[in-house]
Design a protein around this ligand. Structure first.
Ligand code: BGP
Length: 465
């Protein structure tokens, strides 16, 4: 069967500054740069973010490869810790301005739409050590200064902007589940950080509109990793657990982004548990008035939950997951290497949820992908990775996206994570995701079978079984 997408559909891929550029000529360290300095053993094979896929030095060649596989849009991010020289004053580092200007111009010359994100887990670490990072509203204002600089310097050529990538991961990784530095466990701080990230996004959107970028064809949104929640059973306990997981993991950012309000049920729960954030009426007005134009949806896996084993009141420190436990559904299809379930139909459920409950806002799949370890084992004699598994994975997800579009959901694009194998947070280079492989010793980059396949999809706007 053939499924055809509309003419101007975005066929692309996503990366981020900290995962692709390398640390060359950076004045400030971000959270990950610093974490690697103090605890390199926390990173797979002790490989850090110093070189990554060397985009800082090889962006021209990298963009040429992206063009070769037919991408018409690519998302990356501007690193706060690279662009800004004095973090308080918001003055700029001239080398970074030159670099990002050249990158944007190279994308445009290659007829690839540059899509820019402003925060991808990469807060300058000094702001954490000095102020507690996203716990602080002063840091929210410094972030807005950085965002304004980006709009001012690059808004003439970049038309698609995003305020954060997966802000819930900052909350979970840094403040609840200890998988990102500073590995704190503090539910109350986690809730304040979630609020401040929402506020930062709304204030950046407010600045964008104050500066008039929407009048020059610009639009702005947020990128959320939506993990649709499925209860283990129809029992009222499992359904209630799934509802709270959905509120905390998805709706805490999605409702504010689209409707400008936190879900009342979530606010009531935080009040009951004595962990509600500190907010002011003025801030809540800013959140209400500055909703997104466009939504990016990162989708890797669904979330299956069951009622927790222990009663909420028997748990010590407050944590949101006292209300829900992960459920390992027997027989579910897994990507063993990454430990994530593969369930493409969830993308259709997301499409319909956005259509029915979120104003049918324009959205795109801003990340989706399959991380495979030891991918060299699938290379043929000329070094081309024969990644049929990735082709099948993308095809199945696109089929469900297409079904959602057929039923009226306003999806305008699909981006794979990632164009070129890049460095990944604590997993470093363990799992490879790209259309193009990177040899991390020689920096030789080779298009995989999936990259050649995707070119045909992009050129024909059609996915064929
Ligand atoms: C997303 C992040 C990406 C990327 C991807 C793959 O959550 O936005 O930055 O890293 O996940 O996940 P991982 O690298 O952990 O395998």
């Amino acid at each position: 069967m053939q499924r055809t997408f509309k003419e101007d559909f975005w066929w692309g891929a996503a990366t981020s500054g900290p995962q692709s550029e390398g640390r060359f000529n950076k004045k400030h360290a971000n959270m990950f740069d610093y974490w690697y300095e103090i605890e390199p053993t926390d990173f797979y094979d002790q490989v850090g973010p110093d070189v990554t896929s060397n985009f800082y030095n090889s962006f021209k060649e990298d963009i040429a490869l992206m063009k070769e596989i037919g991408l018409n849009s690519v998302r990356t991010s501007i690193q706060w810790s690279r662009l800004i020289d004095d973090l308080e004053l918001g003055t700029v580092n001239e080398d970074a301005v030159r670099f990002y200007n050249e990158v944007i111009d190279a994308f445009l010359e290659a007829e690839i739409r540059p899509v820019m994100n402003l925060h991808h887990f990469d807060l300058p670490v000094e702001l954490y050590h000095k102020y507690g990072g996203w716990e602080s509203k002063h840091v929210v204002d410094l972030y807005v200064k950085f965002a304004e600089k980006c709009f001012e310097l690059f808004g003439d050529r970049v038309k698609d902007w995003f305020t954060h990538n997966e802000p819930i991961v900052v909350v979970e990784g840094e403040y609840l589940h200890q998988f990102h530095y500073p590995k704190i466990v503090d539910g109350k701080k986690a809730v304040q950080v979630a609020y401040n990230l929402n506020l930062a996004s709304a204030k950046a959107i407010q600045a964008f509109r104050r500066m008039g970028l929407q009048n020059e064809g610009g639009r702005i949104g947020i990128i959320l990793n939506l993990t649709p929640t499925y209860p283990a059973s129809d029992s009222p306990e499992d359904v209630a657990a799934a509802n709270i997981a959905e509120l905390f993991n998805n709706r805490m950012f999605l409702d504010t982004a689209v409707h400008g309000e936190f879900p009342q049920e979530l606010v009531d729960l935080f009040i009951k548990d004595g962990v509600l954030w500190e907010s002011t009426p003025e801030e809540l007005v800013i959140i209400k008035e500055n909703t997104i134009d466009v939504l990016g949806v990162n989708f890797y896996h669904p979330n299956r939950v069951q009622a927790p084993d222990i009663a909420p009141n028997s748990v010590g420190a407050w944590l949101p997951n006292r209300y829900f436990d992960e459920y390992n559904m027997p027989g579910r299809r897994m990507n063993i290497d990454r430990g994530w379930e593969i369930y493409p139909k969830a993308l259709y459920d997301i499409a319909i949820n956005i259509r029915d409950n979120y104003n049918n806002i324009p959205w795109f799949v801003s990340e989706n992908g399959m991380g495979i370890s030891g991918e060299e084992r699938f290379m043929n004699e000329v070094g081309v990775v024969q990644d049929e598994y990735r082709i099948d994975f993308i095809r199945e997800h696109l089929e469900w996206v297409h079904q959602g579009i057929e039923e009226g959901s306003n999806c305008f694009g699909y981006h794979l994570w990632t164009p070129i194998d890049c460095w990944s947070w604590a997993n470093a280079y363990k799992n490879r995701y790209g259309f193009i492989s990177t040899n991390i010793h020689t920096q030789i980059k080779t298009i995989k079978k999936s990259g050649h396949w995707f070119k045909t999809v992009a050129q024909t706007n059609t996915v064929t079984d």
